[in-house]
Design a protein around this ligand. Structure first.
Ligand code: ATP
Ligand code: MG
Length: 467
């Protein structure tokens, strides 16, 4: 009641945007200028020399305070994009709706954003209140109020090493709380992606989402269905590759957010086998990312949808369809069911299918076949996937062990490994067949390998006896 009254008397934004920031000295926050990238430092210097304000802002300041290595260093300024362009030689304006500038500083690309203004009452929204257009420049205080969480509204000045803190973000970070700036419902309605960002940032930084920000999530999850697929996909990918995917997925499910994002998450986490596989895949990816290795979207999506593929494939086989065509149809069905919502591009879908299809080829270790597998552009990701399946107990660990040895062996050793696998009769037959071409036998062997490889919950088979 009281808040409604206050909001009516003083427009909500007025209370937020008229703020003076707390100025926190380096002696208190401990982040020094040599912790920021040289590119962002030079950008700030160049803008400042021309009389503009320029700060490192957002995620980078937050992460440095939390002793986490920032992903990138963004700069916020009161210079317009055209003015920024004039200060920095190697830079260009990007974006149509809200223009920002990319400055090329050696290897680094620094993103420079002009302070955004407060949303006016006439801001263009969709029927659900999502802001569609928002391209007004404004004051620094307005810019701070437009950011999502208090810990993101922090501005680091490389010249003085002070942090300008508009919404008590430093205190919130110390208390390990993720708090939305302003009224959480209003902010989620303006941009539902913020609910997913809350989950990801809380997981990444080990923060608890403030109850007022957490409470409305369940009922507002449905709003994610109106988000354009490409934007949703971007955020899901960030979440899966955050290094904390396992925690994020669990939290996503706990908050009911999967309904608008990964409708299949319910199905995926329904059976213990599929939950175990996904959680293992995510834990594996998290470990890779925490070691500084990369992770591709195709690997992540291939893992998420693997069990779905198994189920779809079996259903088709039960209708009497041949294993190989059934497999390809199952791949297409699964990818088009989830792919649309997740905006899995055709290229990524192609890569996912290759990872899946290579699983069957790993089993088929005859003749020149393994050399083709080794030379395949998706070999590494597919091999990692094979290891994951072994870890999940789906196949014998001897199979990925064989492939590891095969990768590292010289050509004599490789030939030895292959002939050790082939039984005597097959070797003799193989020699005769290779003289005749043996296309039909090859196709049959491929089909049999395919028929075996997608493990279903009740189909915990052993691999065909490696060295
Ligand atoms: P990370 O880089 O670790 O993914 P980040 O918070 O830096 O996290 P970015 O997407 O790089 O995320 O955004 C930079 C800054 O822009 C954020 O810190 C935040 O202040 C602001 N921001 C990003 N997305 C939103 C949003 N949906 N609503 C409001 N502010 C946002
Ligand atoms: Mg960032």
């Amino acid at each position: 009641m009281l808040r409604k009254f206050i909001n009516r008397v003083f427009k909500r934004d007025d209370a937020l945007t008229a703020r003076e920031p707390a100025i926190i000295p380096v002696s208190s926050h401990g982040v020094s200028r040599d912790q920021i990238s040289s590119g962002s430092r030079r950008v700030c210097e160049a803008l400042r020399e021309r009389g503009y304000k320029a700060y490192v802002v957002g995620g980078a300041v937050r992460d440095l305070l939390a002793r986490v290595t920032p992903k990138d260093f963004d700069v916020a300024t009161d210079a317009t994009p055209d003015e920024v362009r004039r200060c920095l030689r190697r830079s260009r304006i990007v974006g149509r709706r809200f223009q920002i500038v990319h400055a090329y500083m050696g290897q680094e690309v620094v993103e420079i954003t002009t302070f955004r203004g407060a949303l006016g009452d006439d801001a263009k929204t969709d029927a659900h209140g999502r802001v569609l257009r928002d391209n007004i420049f404004g004051s620094q205080a307005e810019d701070a109020a437009r950011r999502d969480f208090t810990v993101n509204a922090l501005y680091f000045d490389p010249a003085t090493e002070q942090i300008l803190d508009y919404h008590h973000g430093v205190a919130d970070l110390r208390q390990k709380t993720l708090r939305v700036i302003g009224d959480p419902r209003t902010r989620y309605r303006e941009d539902p992606i913020r609910m997913l960002r809350a989950i990801r940032l809380a997981a990444k930084l080990g923060l608890a989402i403030d109850p007022a920000a957490r409470r409305p999530i369940r009922e507002m999850a449905i709003l994610l269905e109106n988000i354009p697929a490409a934007r949703l996909s971007d955020e899901i990918f960030k979440l899966l590759s955050s290094g904390h995917a396992a925690r994020c997925l669990r939290q996503l499910h706990a908050e009911g957010l999967h309904q608008g994002t990964l409708p299949l998450l319910d199905v995926l986490l329904r059976t213990p086998e599929s939950e175990q596989f996904i959680m293992l895949a995510m834990a594996d990816t998290d470990a890779r990312i925490q070691q500084g290795k990369s992770s591709s979207p195709c690997f992540l999506f291939a893992a998420l949808l693997w069990r779905e593929l198994g189920i779809a494939w079996q259903a088709l086989r039960e209708t009497g369809e041949h294993p190989l065509p059934a497999l390809h149809r199952a791949m297409n069905d699964v990818l088009s069911a989830q792919g649309q919502k997740l905006a899995i591009t055709r290229r990524i879908a192609g890569d996912i299918k290759e990872i899946w299809a290579l699983q069957s080829r790993f089993e088929h270790r005859v003749g020149r076949h393994p050399y083709g597998v080794l030379a395949h552009p998706r070999f590494r990701a597919a091999y990692e996937f094979l290891r994951l399946r072994a870890k999940a107990g789906e196949i014998d660990a001897a199979l990925p062990a064989w492939w590891l040895e095969f990768q590292n062996a010289d050509s004599d050793a490789r030939n030895g490994m292959l002939s050790a696998l082939a039984p005597e009769s097959a070797k003799r037959r193989g020699r005769r067949r290779s003289r005749r071409g043996g296309k039909r036998e090859k196709a049959a062997a491929n089909e049999n390998a395919a028929a075996d490889f997608v493990a279903l919950p009740e189909n915990n088979r052993e691999s065909d006896g490696a060295a």
